[in-house]
Design a protein around this ligand. Sequence first.
Ligand code: C2E
Ligand code: MG
Ligand code: MG
Ligand code: MG
Length: 284
Amino acid sequence: HAKISGRNQVCFFDASMTRNLVRKKEIEAELRAALQRDELSIFFQPIVDLETGRIRAFEALVRWFHPEKGELRPDEFIPVAEETGVIITLGNWITAQAARACAQWPEGVSVAVNLSPVQIRAPGAALGILTALRDAGLDPSRLELEVTESLFLDDNQHTARFIDELAAKGVRFALDDFGTGYSSLGYINKFPFKKIKVDRSFVSGPNVGIKSDAIIRAVAEMGATLEMDIVAEGLETIEQVHTVRNAGCTLGQGYYFSRAVPDYLAAMLLAQELESPPSKRLVG
Ligand code: C2E
Ligand code: MG
Ligand code: MG
Ligand code: MG
């Protein structure tokens, strides 16, 4: 252990921290190169109407197919992209790809894009989104931006301006991973969310039961009153679909319906739906 003491601070460096730093630098350099080399792609996961079984939207989820490391999940590289600022270029690219894909879908189907707080705080963030929409010829009302509560931890003025500017153009906002952060009702009161995505930890895992059920029910009731869609994330079984539908969730997303798929498969799912409208088969 090397130990460096400053006036009021003590830092410890050890081999694992050095390794982490090296790995971070590595990922940053590779991420910049990957963007050039076309190793990234956007996959799309259906968000399904629990009443009709119809696909109402797709969530765009980024994937990195690394030549040596194989498929990398966003959890492995988005944090690095955020720390290094690469997320700004990457995010613009993701929004552009998502808008272009959505422009090919029937008009009733929208696309949801995850936004990192770092992206939103960057100058010109709203313009970047509007440019992507214009270039794709996509109506702003078909774009949904998913943000998490971490966005509101600081600089609320800039955030409010960003949201208001885009909302005024018709872009919709969704509060993602609800129930994992502060879950402050103040954010719901203050910002024009059209959708709340209840985190999948309320749907499966050790904390699921009578209590989680009651919480989903309460959120769904609020959603109904405020005319917001309540989405249940992480639905893997028909039993979970039934539970959240009975609790009042209007939309569902999860492996039970489909994993995230490449754009041509997303288009196929929609074509299939046109040919044979979903019976209760999807939602039981
Ligand atoms: P998220 O926005 O909450 O996305 C949902 C995640 O849950 C996705 O993981 C999805 O594949 C996964 N998922 C969906 N259905 C199921 C299910 O039934 N069971 C289980 N176990 N998992 C399910 P993914 O694609 O690995 O993304 C992880 C997170 O990374 C996302 O969480 C989002 O916060 C972030 N992310 C993904 N794509 C982007 C992006 O383009 N930009 C930004 N800024 N963040 C992204
Ligand atoms: Mg999301
Ligand atoms: Mg989520
Ligand atoms: Mg989540």
